[in-house]
Design a protein. Structure first.
Length: 350
């Protein structure tokens, strides 16, 4: 069923829409997505895993101020979107999800090896108690991979001292931060990827804070680069005329061993780290949580989860953003519900 911006919509549709103060009968402006596909089944027709995904995402996200995008990383096709104006047009600190960038930068610039181990002392010396580590006390020193999966702020704050501000800014640009998401229309927010020269500014940038701002769509595409081992596809909706076919908008070139480490670390994040609530039985889910300082100065934090599955051959990728909460406690459980529903509907078990 097609929904045209400004056309009357039923009470059922209104109940499925984000509660963001919209006028009855209107859908939020969202650039290219003036027309949205609601994946509702028609009588007598088989409903596929992707066709019934949109109503389910609506039900999961209802009551949670924020946004969600679900897509196919191999094509860029949007499978479901919740609150599209927020998903494409508003940028927030990405928090620890941005450790993807610092990790790739450190490996590609040769400032750390995959086997190097460093102890976590809980509170980053450069940043103080406000950025203390929330993971359980480790029993052994962390490698880069285990620091990613456990989201160790101390490890990454120390790692920032090995990278120049120019290097960090370069790798943020490589992953698409600071560039509007193509396919989202003229209203798409470019976000911000500015890295200062001082040690504190670099540490904050490494943790995805302060001068780093990203839209959910930008994060989705950044992680798509890892899921696809390079290519990032333009996000498109098959129900919008002229929006397809799939087209590569960016190709992130990393060493094979860098892709391997990142993918493995994201799998471990969901298997035994901060993203365990996003797990799906018998499916390898790869992902990363993030908890970020509130962009509006509130004491509450923003919550993120971004991930893809199956990790060995991804066919679904999603990003969850919540205006209030933490990545591990609030965003990853919602991601887990959506992923479980998708694979259960498909009847696929890896």
């Amino acid at each position: 069923m097609l929904l045209i911006q400004g056309a009357p919509i039923s009470s059922t549709m209104m109940n499925s829409a984000p509660h963001d103060g919209l006028k009855p009968g209107r859908w939020p402006y969202c650039g290219l997505f003036h027309i949205l596909i609601l994946f509702a089944g028609l009588p007598g027709r088989h409903i596929s895993a992707t066709e019934n995904l949109q109503p389910y995402v609506n039900s999961v996200m209802r009551g949670h101020p924020g946004a969600a995008i679900v897509s196919n990383p191999a094509t860029g096709e949007i499978l479901a979107v919740w609150n599209p104006s927020e998903a494409f047009d508003k940028a927030y600190p990405p928090g620890s999800t941005a450790k993807l960038v610092a990790s790739a930068a450190a490996l590609e610039e040769g400032v750390i090896s995959p086997t190097e181990r460093n102890f976590c002392h809980r509170t980053p010396e450069l940043l103080g108690e406000a950025y203390h580590c929330s993971h359980p006390p480790p029993h052994a020193p962390y490698t880069l991979g285990s620091a990613i999966s456990n989201s160790c702020n101390y490890f990454f704050s120390a790692l920032s001292l090995r990278l120049t501000s120019v290097q960090l800014a370069h790798w943020y640009a490589v992953f698409g931060f600071g560039t509007p998401v193509e396919g989202a229309g003229s209203a798409s927010n470019a976000g911000l990827a500015r890295v200062g020269d001082s040690p504190v500014e670099k540490a904050l940038a490494t943790l995805g804070e302060k001068s780093i701002l990203a839209t959910p769509a930008q994060l989705l595409q950044a992680y798509s680069a890892v899921a696809n081992r390079g290519p990032v596809y333009r996000l498109w909706n098959p129900g919008v005329g002229g929006s397809g076919p799939p087209r590569v908008v960016r190709n992130v070139k990393l060493q094979p061993q860098t892709f391997d480490l990142l993918n493995s670390a994201f799998i471990q994040c969901v298997k035994s780290g901060t993203g365990q609530e996003a797990g799906v039985p018998e499916v390898h889910v790869a992902g990363k949580t993030g908890t970020a300082t509130n962009a509006h100065g509130s004491r509450t934090t923003h919550a993120w989860f971004v991930g893809y599955a199956p990790a060995e051959d991804p066919e679904i990728i999603l990003v969850i953003f919540l205006e209030r909460g933490t990545g591990a406690r609030d965003a990853s459980p919602l991601a887990g519900k959506i992923l479980k529903h998708y694979f259960l509907s498909k009847g696929q078990k890896q």
